[in-house]
Design a protein around this ligand. Structure first.
Ligand code: AMP
Length: 284
């Protein structure tokens, strides 16, 4: 496994890699969710490149960029076990030299949900991902369904800007109680950690109501909000039932629909989602 910190070195190694190249962009501090992306990339490609870069441009001024958890040594050991070929770990100065001044912005789908709560977030995400795609030139890139809107924005960028790669989305890995794995879960104290299961409970409630025939999206959003409000440590930021492609809020639930939410526990903000599909109905 080669670990490189400069764009020049990454490009040089890229030229030597066996085709095809699977790429997993991350901010590090790995959990099993990250590793499931790497495993999938390993299974589908001749070479695997993983980047670890905590991208400052996707964090708002009041957000957790400087406190974001980091453990490079452990991350590299885990990537070694997954037979990663190259790890790209650039510095902030390498990715954003002082004269840097170009941005990639995806319209519409980035304006809602996370985009509404975190102004500028997706501009930072799509810019860094576009840069990483240009540097690594992958055949396929792997993203988690956990960050559903991010995956949607990246697919849109790839389509709109004719980028020559395939985007693969991977199912969300969860803790045994249903909490989606996230590097940010480490911020939770034990009481908040217990309370955080409410995100999954709210999503399951939406699924249950829908499978029982409830089609009124507002009713489902309300029931989810009531459930979250019963948990004193939780503060709902948004609860959404939206079209999976446009992310526009639905009045009537029509599968496939993206049920997503953001909930705060103290300073920690967690997100999660599920997709209501026609299979949701058939299973019930
Ligand atoms: P991050 O390091 O948080 O930027 O995440 C890197 C990639 O891992 C992103 O594509 C995330 O969507 C994905 N990811 C994060 N959490 C999970 C999870 N619980 N299950 C599957 N993928 C995940």
């Amino acid at each position: 496994m080669k670990v490189v910190e400069t764009i020049d070195e990454m490009r040089r190694l890229r030229a030597e890699l066996a085709e095809s190249v699977g790429f997993v962009p991350t901010m590090g501090y790995f959990h099993k969710g990250h590793l499931s992306l790497v495993k999938r990339a390993r299974g589908e490609n001749a070479s695997v490149v993983v980047s670890i870069f905590v991208n400052p441009t996707q964090f708002g001024p009041q957000e957790d960029f400087s406190n974001y958890p980091r453990d490079t040594e452990r991350d590299l050991a885990l990537l070694e076990k997954e037979n990663t070929d190259v790890v790209f770990m650039p510095s902030v100065a390498e990715m954003y030299p002082s004269q840097f001044n170009s941005w990639v912005e995806v319209g519409r789908v980035t304006e809602r949900l996370e985009g509404a709560s975190r102004p500028g977030h997706f501009r930072g995400v799509t810019t860094v991902v576009a840069k990483l795609f240009n540097i690594v030139q992958p055949t396929r890139a792997y993203f988690g369904q956990k960050d559903a809107q991010q995956a949607t924005a990246i697919r849109k960028m790839v389509t709109d800007l004719n980028m020559n790669l395939e985007i693969v989305t991977i199912a969300t890995l969860r803790e045994p109680d249903g909490l989606a794995m996230s590097s940010r879960n480490t911020y939770l104290n034990p009481k908040q950690r217990q309370a955080a299961v409410v995100l999954y409970q709210a999503l399951k409630l939406a699924e249950q109501l829908y499978s029982q025939g409830e089609k009124d999206a507002e009713r489902i959003r309300q029931e989810m909000t009531i459930l979250i409000e019963k948990q004193p440590l939780a503060n709902a930021d948004y609860v959404s039932i939206a079209n999976t492609e446009t992310l526009e809020e639905l009045d009537e639930v029509k599968a496939p629909a993206l049920v997503s939410l953001a909930v705060r526990f103290g300073k920690t903000r967690l997100i999660d989602n599920i997709v209501l599909s026609t299979e949701t109905l058939e299973q019930s």
